[in-house]
Design a protein around this ligand. Structure first.
Ligand code: TYM
Length: 327
């Protein structure tokens, strides 16, 4: 069976973007593949986090994974910091990654701009830790949104470089990116990605229906009237169409036909309704599971044990190949 690895940072609440770009696909993959889904708390501390909030979000994120349909019996779900092999492999791989490569990462450049007063070594080496996450488990596929493609490509380059020096060690992973919803844009500024750092333009998985409706009704569009997909000239409407299609399963042509001749005043609330209905069951189920702390603890503990077993196999192999003395 092919192996899948993916993760999300508990650095904010889960968004419609992370659901459509990532989690939704994880749910489809769980039947056919061996999957590991991680809560990457070590990545989250590359920018400052409030400790109590980070702890709460990490556990709540697991509840949300389960509420989205990920079955803890079919997938390994765990918290990154519980498996020390991630940090250990990360050190090694950092010694096989060029400064120049990391300098070219667009997420680093964007975050360095956003957190100009706190550009840490961790923020810079973040992609090496991500490569370790993926390579530790010999993952074949990494289901992520478009913004993570570059990191997965770097992971592949690092793996290839290591393999060419030491012989076959790591499986070369590929990004698995959805056709619809791979890059959900901000509702307030459709030129930039929907992200948790822009609450006005961002729909959160746990938002109440009235908040979702308000955000969609206020979504920035253009001064025309036609509901047509045209990314260049109608970024806002194109984004709303994509969200509508991803939420309802309709094609772009079907959606355009449905709203032909109707104005944005009809279209925008219709997209809002579709998203409300998509998220409602997830929010209700998340709230229910979040209350069961004992259950969540049993899931992440068992997940970490299982993950660590797999991770250690790879780490031992790597240590042997690079010349570390066996314990
Ligand atoms: P993160 O936490 O920023 O985002 C989690 C996942 O959601 C996707 N995503 C989006 N997809 C579509 N439209 C959007 N607006 C949108 N916003 C977020 C992301 O592409 C991602 O798949 N570095 C990763 C976390 C990570 C990871 C890994 C992923 C750490 N180790 C190993 C895969 C494998 C990140 O920052 O994702």
């Amino acid at each position: 069976k092919k192996r899948i690895f993916s993760g999300i940072q508990p650095s904010g609440e889960l968004t419609l973007g992370s659901y459509m770009g990532a989690i939704r696909n994880w749910v489809d993959l769980q039947e056919e593949y061996d999957c590991l889904y991680c809560i990457v708390d070590m990545h989250a501390i590359t920018v400052r986090q409030d400790p109590a909030t980070l702890r709460r979000r990490s556990v709540n994120q697991l509840a949300q994974y389960i509420a989205c349909g990920l079955d803890p019996k079919k997938n390994i779900m765990f918290i990154q910091s519980h498996v020390p092999q991630h940090a250990e492999l990360s050190w090694v791989l950092g010694c096989y990654t060029q400064f120049g490569e990391l300098s070219r990462m667009t997420q680093f450049k964007a975050k360095a701009k956003q957190h100009a007063d706190n550009i840490t070594a961790g923020l810079f080496t973040y992609p090496v830790l991500m490569a370790s996450d993926i390579l530790l488990y010999q993952a074949d596929l990494v289901p992520v949104g478009e913004d993570q493609r570059q990191h997965v490509e770097l992971t592949r380059d690092i793996a290839q470089r290591f393999n060419s020096v030491y012989g076959d060690t790591f499986t070369l992973p590929g990004a698995f990116i959805p056709k619809m919803g791979a890059r959900v844009m901000s509702l307030a500024n459709p030129e930039s990605k929907m992200s948790k750092s822009d609450p006005d333009g961002c729909v959160f998985m746990m938002d109440k229906p009235e908040d979702i409706m308000r955000k969609f009704k206020r979504a920035v569009t253009d001064c025309e009237t036609a509901v047509k997909f045209d990314k260049e000239n109608k970024a806002g409407i194109s984004n709303l169409l994509t969200i509508y299609c991803a939420a309802t399963g309709k094609t772009l042509a079907e959606a355009e036909a449905e709203f032909a001749g109707q104005g944005y005043g009809v279209f925008k609330p219709a997209v809002g309704e579709a998203v409300v209905e998509l998220l409602r069951p997830l929010r209700e189920e998340s709230e229910r599971i979040m209350k069961d702390k004992a259950y969540l603890e049993s899931v992440y503990k068992e997940g970490a044990e299982h993950a660590a077993y797999l991770a250690q196999k790879t780490l031992s192999k790597v240590y042997r190949k690079i010349g570390f003395v066996a314990k």
